[in-house]
Design a protein around this ligand. Structure first.
Ligand code: G6P
Length: 368
């Protein structure tokens, strides 16, 4: 097992470091002439992307968080309404589906019972199903009408890291392809977006360089009981994943909150010394986000700011700032998630938790 870890202390850390490679392996085969294309790799013709009025993204856990970002990207770029559901809830709201509906199922293992059940329901109702899966030949891959394989390679750690990143990269490719097919963007803009994605993937290597700084900072989290993540827009979806990661492996209670929603309840829990991870990578949302950070800071919160390089934030309102590469807002989740994964990883190690095999959790859940 030591050999399989390739010199890393845990599979999770190894898998975090594999992300630049996994992303390149997943995305490069699907770029043709500077644009996303699923024709050669996945047998999905370009015309496929023109048939849908609505899209439902259905998944569980980490995969659902990739779906939340996917919803944001597709709606923004392709202007097609998207809903994103937890697979175990999807069926019980009697979803409205028909022949112009695309149901996008995201699953690392391809065996998650709730996601499989949602896939079967979607097929029964005449929707087209497209699965984004990491494991070839899995049940979801076999039963879906179309499949996009992610190339993360085997993921051993129970907490998903590289599988999330490659799912995210596929969300970008799909959003750009849909936008182009439905004439929501022109060819030039689609090329610009595609090269933005490729550039973001390149910079993931730089973000891994924050490892030591993060490890040092989280020493203050050793005997922590609660923590809050705050974010707006894409940063909110990203915070959901950061919070799940931390909960899964370090057993710290934490919540991800949409920063603007804070004042409608959670702010009552923010008192002297409560740690808050403020994810503020979205330049367009920065002024509002800063005023939310001020709200928690003035109540004594200990703020770790995860920000984009170059954005101006008053140093008075945080205790530590981690800078991410200055990419277009749209691509910030690609780099931001790495910081949140490292944060969860080092916190769990510090607290002596079994990082790769957290209590009560399974890699693949085949019961409903
Ligand atoms: C389990 C795992 C999670 C994972 C979820 C969905 O709960 O512990 O890490 O996100 O299942 O798994 P899937 O294989 O469908 O992506």
């Amino acid at each position: 097992e030591q050999a399989q870890k390739g010199g890393y202390d845990h599979f999770m850390l190894k898998e975090i470091y594999e992300q630049p490679r996994a992303l390149a392996d997943t995305v490069h085969p699907r770029i043709s002439d500077g644009l996303p294309s699923f024709e050669a790799q996945d047998d999905i013709p370009e015309g496929f992307w023109r048939q849908f009025d609505t899209i439902s993204i259905v998944a569980c856990g980490t995969a659902m968080h990739a779906g939340m970002i996917g919803k944001n990207l597709i709606e923004r770029l392709a202007r097609i309404p998207v809903e994103c559901d937890i697979a175990s809830e999807f069926r019980y709201r009697d979803p409205i589906l028909g022949k112009h509906s695309l149901v996008l199922l995201i699953s690392q293992s391809g065996e998650t019972a709730d996601t499989l059940a949602a896939l079967r329901l979607a097929r029964e109702r005449g929707a087209t199903t497209l699965a984004v899966v990491n494991v070839t030949g899995s049940s979801i891959a076999r039963e879906a009408d179309y499949v996009i394989r992610t190339f993360a390679g085997p993921e051993i750690a129970v907490a998903s890291t590289k599988a999330y990143s490659v799912q995210l990269s596929v969300m970008y490719l799909i959003a750009i392809r849909l936008a182009l097919a439905n004439r929501a963007v022109d060819d030039a803009r689609a090329r610009e977006l595609t090269s933005g994605l490729l550039g973001a993937i390149e910079t993931t290597k730089d973000v891994l360089g924050l490892n030591v700084e993060i490890k040092e900072y989280i020493k203050r989290y050793e005997s922590l009981r609660d923590l809050f993540f705050l974010g707006r827009g894409l940063d909110y979806a990203l915070s959901m994943e950061g919070s799940l990661k931390l909960k899964e492996i370090s057993y710290i209670h934490c919540e991800a909150y949409a920063a603007g929603e804070l004042k409608h309840g959670t702010i009552s829990l923010v008192t002297e010394g409560v740690p808050v991870v403020a994810v503020a990578t979205q330049e367009t949302l920065l002024p509002k986000m800063v005023s939310n950070i001020k709200e928690v800071h003035s109540r004594g919160a200990d703020v770790l700011l995860v920000c984009k390089q170059g954005l101006e934030v008053d140093p008075e309102i945080y205790s530590k700032r981690l800078d991410l590469p200055a990419l277009d807002d749209l691509f910030m989740p690609v780099v931001g998630v790495i910081v949140l994964q490292l944060l969860a990883y080092h916190t769990a190690v510090l607290r002596g938790c079994d990082v790769d095999k957290p209590r009560n959790l399974a890699k693949s859940v085949t019961v409903e």
